[in-house]
Design a protein around this ligand. Sequence first.
Ligand SMILES: Cc1cc2nc3c(=O)[nH]c(=O)nc-3n(C[C@H](O)[C@H](O)[C@H](O)COP(=O)(O)OP(=O)(O)OC[C@H]3O[C@@H](n4cnc5c(N)ncnc54)[C@H](O)[C@@H]3O)c2cc1C
Length: 501
Amino acid sequence: MVQSVSQIEHKDPVHRLPPRRAAAVDHPAAVHLPSLHEEVSAAGPPRLRANRRCGWRYCAGLTARITVRGREAEIIADVDVCVAGGGPAGLGAALAAARQGARVCLLERYGFLGGNFTAASVGTVCGLYVNEGGTFDYVTRGIAQEVADALQSAGSAFGPIPFKETAVLLYVPWAAKRLFDHLVSEQERLTLFLHALVSDVVVAVDSEGDSTLEAVVVATKRGPQAVRARAFVDATGDADLLAFADAPTTIGGPGERQIASMQFVMEHVDVAGVMDAGGLETLASVIAEHGSHLSRDSGAVLPTFRPGEVIGAMTRVRGPDGEALDTTDLAQVTYGELEGRRLAEEAATFLVEHMPGFAEAFLADTAPVLGVRETRRAVGEYVLTGSDVAEQARFDDAIAAGAWPQEYHVRGRSTEYHFLPPGGYYQVPLRSLRPLRLRNVWVAGRCVSADHHALASLRVMGPSMALGQAAGTAAVLMACCDRDDAEGVRASLVEQGAYLG
Ligand SMILES: Cc1cc2nc3c(=O)[nH]c(=O)nc-3n(C[C@H](O)[C@H](O)[C@H](O)COP(=O)(O)OP(=O)(O)OC[C@H]3O[C@@H](n4cnc5c(N)ncnc54)[C@H](O)[C@@H]3O)c2cc1C
């Protein structure tokens, strides 16, 4: 017999919060968050806490399982190369593949492209430059340089801006969003699907246990739909395709995984006043003096060069246990989004109260989503290591070069940097883009086959675009010619203007 919703709610404990938890006396944030205009008590705003039953506040704490029925899925695209994830890596891959004449399908779960570039409003592109004794030259050329140049010539980015021993490109996230719209729209052979969350894969396994990906399944409002391709790029940042295909992946444990952050935008800032007062050095000393309650002891306010606007990079969003969240888990990522907005509001209030130039400023918004630095990544034919980065490794099958320092958001409230010497760079081998046991898949961006210490450098957006360009190029060679040799990929990348070191 069909039950009404109210019957279900009253009879089925699965759908009902026990009265004790609904009252949430030990979770004040569940019933009350301070409003923008409300006085926050001397003890500070209420903190979200872990649910005692499952460890996470937004977790039903259930362990039961249910069988999901097998269903047919309509094939919405049948292409040469399918790229999952439209962040810096996925964009690099899709553009490179389409420009070489392949029929490409790019799948992105949000309503816009860019990944952390736009969705997390990170505010600077790192890893573009190598320090040549005080002057800066591009170390990631190709599509990464093209994006940087296009943003700069539109007046929406400025660089290289010296930062510690290296340099960055400051940019406007909105401009990047529109640039990516244009870049993909220019490619006639590229089919873009937004709001397309890849939720499963279809795999054929041969007698030796090697798998070939036949299709990816996309969760849509019309149920599951599929994209079939000859070759695939996993640029999801979380190695989703690999995980769905049961290919080897790994994720760092406590202390071995970067902590997430929630960026935020402030308007009506006296940016010149901030600079005159000493900029980031003053920010660090103001935090040292008044900001022991903040989640981060330094961070930055990044001018977008639009009047009175800065991006705040001043939060560190940990789990209730103080460790990095695993944002592939729904309960943890939900916790992170709410906690991130709380920390952003706390940091913005602090800036208004204590930082010169912010007296008239206001918090305009947080980034669209929590910024995630590190989760699951591939275990590939080669695992790039922290020593490879520090010792500037060279590889015969190099497909990109990186020069960004190892940048850790892991311990305490500070950010730790380990710089390469001036002019120093390392190479990345094609084998780090090749997952084990999957014949026709390449991986790119922050889920490549690298250890935590190599990823601390390689994960930033300049190299991510370069790795994407290499993965897209390798996927084309596989799709068109059944080739997976490094020489072909390297020759094509050089022709495309990429720098391999
Ligand atoms: C707070 C923060 C600050 C940072 N600051 C900087 C900085 O200043 N400069 C810099 O260069 N780098 C910075 N980084 C690092 C950098 O942003 C990322 O490492 C980089 O964006 C990685 O690119 P990616 O394409 O591999 O992954 P992402 O940028 O994470 O993109 C992955 C894309 O895949 C999509 N996706 C994921 N899963 C699926 C799925 N199943 N189906 C469909 N689509 C999917 C996502 O929506 C996203 O668009 C920062 C990161 C964070 C979190």
